[in-house]
Design a protein around this ligand. Sequence first.
Ligand SMILES: Cc1cc2nc3c(=O)[nH]c(=O)nc-3n(C[C@H](O)[C@H](O)[C@H](O)COP(=O)(O)O)c2cc1C
Length: 388
Amino acid sequence: MTHRGLGISAISTEDFRHIARKKLPRQFFDYIDGGSYSETTLRQNINSFAQIELRQRVLRDVSHIDTSTRIFNRNFDLPLVLAPVGLAGCYARRGEVQAFLAAAKANIPFTLSTVGICSIEELHRSDPTSFWFQLYVIRDRKYALDLMQRARAAGCDTLVFTVDLPVLGERYRDKRNGLSGGTNWLGSFKRAVDFARHPAWIWNVAIRGRPFTFGNLQQAVPNANSLSDFKRWVDSQFDASMTWKDLHWIRENWSGNFVIKGILDSEDARKAVEAGADGIVVSNHGGRQLDGAPASLSVLPEIVDVIKGECKVFLDSGVRSGLDIVKAIALGADGCMVGRAWAYALAAAGEKGVAQVIKILKDEIKVAMALTGVSRIQDIDRRILRNR
Ligand SMILES: Cc1cc2nc3c(=O)[nH]c(=O)nc-3n(C[C@H](O)[C@H](O)[C@H](O)COP(=O)(O)O)c2cc1C
């Protein structure tokens, strides 16, 4: 249920979602908002947080709340990372740069997607702060190596290697909107009408936000001049034959922190540790891959149990508030990633929107900590949950 009042100020991620829905062409809003198949896992992700109850505690001196945390030997202001989100430059002008600047100012890590519109180098030019780089399993190992070297040269200290996309989970909304290609003339006409109904987006993003290409992949697809040319390359590059053995190759070629994203099973979590991961992201890709897979939060405790502190455990999928972040930490996560939360805010208000959503999450974390009676992130554990 949402109460939007006069709509004067966005005060929650849901408010940003509503604004994004108005501002973006339908096909892009649905691309962000949607999940795979019947979207059961997408809904479960949200429900799983609602089912966890916090324990209200009183009179525990919560006058100084410290939300800072240490991740891979660096201090950050929050246990929060902006997750890799592809095509962010389609939601706001040079969207990845805007979101990165907001994250850098808030002192939290930003993760650049392989399929970002802005390149590794464009981000690095915009601000010297280090960011994380996400890599997909791609067939062309030389190109993967090249991307890792480019990331290292730009000062990225953390590689997020996404393993839950050997094949693409079908998203009905994208098919219906013609975003997955294969449209006839009527489909193309309808897509053009969708764009035409958003003139502010055309001017701000499609015209002033050029070039509209996958910045990191330009060398791989030199003659491409449209997103569909790149998409064809990306589709042909997803490597479904990849196994755990190949992860050792990545580990050998990346000297920084190595985070494996897309773990949802405790056996896989152990394998990730054996493959040399410094961290894992417990994730179902925001309900965009295997519909019917459990909510990330519901498998988090069993995964934390088998990891035994041997690497960092991050959680994403369904995080919409600071209270959600506190619940995930109480169940053993070292921090959370958010995807849609920042993508909606970016579409709604660019860098300012992302800065605002980070502030909202921070304020919510602080209030949740104060009312459960803890003052430091490292003191959050199961004792702040009811019946755990
Ligand atoms: C629009 C969109 C694009 C995404 N693109 C990528 C991507 O390029 N690489 C990746 O590893 N994950 C990608 N993800 C998954 C996110 O990194 C993250 O796992 C997910 O959004 C978390 O769920 P949440 O949106 O409920 O926070 C994407 C998610 C969305 C919503």
